[in-house]
Design a protein around this ligand. Structure first.
Ligand SMILES: *Cc1c(COP(=O)(O)O)cnc(C)c1O
Length: 428
């Protein structure tokens, strides 16, 4: 078995020595991988229970067109999401185009002129800066007279509960909590840390809406932020909950009132959730949500394997090789442009689609340095699929995530490592 595996790796350009090193690293990870599988089992059963409780039927997989009135599949899928997240209601739509859109929708529909939005965990995800108006932008919350406050993290990068209390005032209407670090260097939050933030906010005023940016966090733990009091959890279907099958979409799960506000803003007051055709997106959304827990487990294993392999050869990884995971993003720092480029080339070369192309650094709009991206994905921009990117500047860090199957994640990491070996950037 090992022999024939080594042979097929060899036929895919992996040196025997590199393959053996990878297997050595993996041998030490079986305990952690077992715990990931246990968590995937638990999440899988929670998802299945939600499907069965709502009596998902074959008819639910068929979509509607036009106005989309009486869309059984769409309405049932929203109940399935609400069931899994333990919320009163949910909005899950192909018309919500991405994570940023879902977050903007949740905010814009629940805030009114004169209200204040508070970020409890420092600077929010890049794309939200224009939504909020931190960077002046047409159509931002700021243009509608909604102000913004921010409780910075403490010196260890952890939530500062005292500071959060201090920043709440009479106008604070929504508190936003970003679960995943995204592309920052702070630690990602555990659901238990999110619980502490929510308790702190609610102890000041119970009617403040706590919204969690749940991107990259779904199915990573045995609980979701909505299980510990979040009024809204928000995310993208081309990340974890789409299971790599959903081709577009975003979700908001939360209280009845928050979801009603969001539905009226997505379509129009008076129309709300009644309109919005699912077209032919439903089958992939159902099947993707069903697959989500095991796909997320594959991505988690890939992240942990990458951290352990690269750390062994002197590269910094974040989170570190042994750290507990709260999302699927893995950062690896090369301190050299050649290292970052070779890593991304390897990820691309391991892809099922577009493996024949090499990624090149380019001037991406909105960035002050060149960016390199590796993504040989079935769905454009999907980051639950094996993908990596990073800005061409010190410290030359690659952000790596995804892997629809563990064997593919494993191969991708080994292929990236081979690419560094081939360029003489690692020695052993
Ligand atoms: C990806 C992401 C977003 C934005 O999602 P897009 O689909 O890229 O618009 C927001 N917040 C976090 C933490 C993310 O990881």
């Amino acid at each position: 078995m090992q022999d024939s595996l080594a042979k097929i790796y060899e036929s895919l350009g992996i040196d025997k020595k590199v393959y053996e090193l990878a297997e050595e690293v993996l041998a030490g990870l079986s305990g952690r991988f077992n715990r990931i599988d246990e968590n995937a089992e638990l999440c899988q059963l929670k998802v299945l229970r939600a499907f069965q409780k709502e009596n998902v039927s074959e008819a639910c997989l068929m979509g509607t067109t036009g106005y989309g009135y009486n869309d059984l599949g769409r309405d049932t899928l929203e109940k399935v999401y609400a069931g899994y997240f333990g919320t009163e209601d949910a909005l899950v739509r192909p018309q919500i185009t991405c994570g940023t859109h879902a977050l903007a929708l949740a905010l814009m529909s629940n805030l009114r002129p004169g209200d204040e939005l508070l970020s409890a965990v420092g600077r929010p995800y890049d794309t939200l800066e224009e939504v909020i108006g931190i960077r002046p932008s047409k159509g931002s919350l700021s243009e509608y007279g909604i102000t913004y406050a921010q409780a910075d993290l403490d010196e260890n990068g952890l939530p500062d509960l005292e500071e959060i209390k201090n920043k709440i005032n009479d106008r604070t209407k929504v508190v936003t909590i970003q679960r995943s670090k995204g592309y920052q260097t702070r630690p990602s939050l555990s659901v238990s840390q999110i619980s502490d933030i929510i308790k702190t906010v609610k102890s000041v005023r119970n009617d403040i809406i706590c919204m969690v940016d749940n991107c990259y966090g779904e199915f990573v733990e045995d609980k979701e932020p909505s299980d510990v009091g979040a009024d809204m959890v928000v995310g993208s279907l081309i990340k974890n909950p789409g299971g790599g099958l959903a081709q577009v979409g975003g979700y908001i799960a939360g209280t009845k009132e928050c979801i009603e506000n969001a539905a009226r803003r997505l379509t129009a007051p008076g129309l709300g959730r009644e309109v919005g055709p699912s077209l032919d997106t439903l089958r992939s959304m159902y099947q993707g949500f069903f697959m989500g827990p095991v796909v997320t487990a594959s991505a988690l294993k890939s992240a942990i394997f990458a951290a352990n392999l690269y750390e062994k050869f002197g590269f910094e990884s974040f989170p570190s090789a042994s750290e507990e995971r709260h999302d699927i993003i893995q950062a690896i720092t090369f301190h050299k442009p050649e290292g970052l480029i070779a890593f991304c080339e390897g990820i691309q070369a391991a892809a099922p689609v577009d493996s024949q192309y090499a990624p090149e650094p380019w001037d991406m709009p909105g960035y002050d340095s060149q960016v390199i991206m590796a993504a040989g994905a079935f769905t454009s921009g999907s980051s639950i699929e094996l993908s990596a990117d990073g800005p061409l500047r010190e410290p030359y860090t690659a952000y790596f995530q995804g892997g629809l199957t563990w064997p593919h994640g494993k191969f991708g990491i080994i292929r990236s490592f081979q690419s560094l070996v081939d360029k003489g950037l690692v020695t052993f």
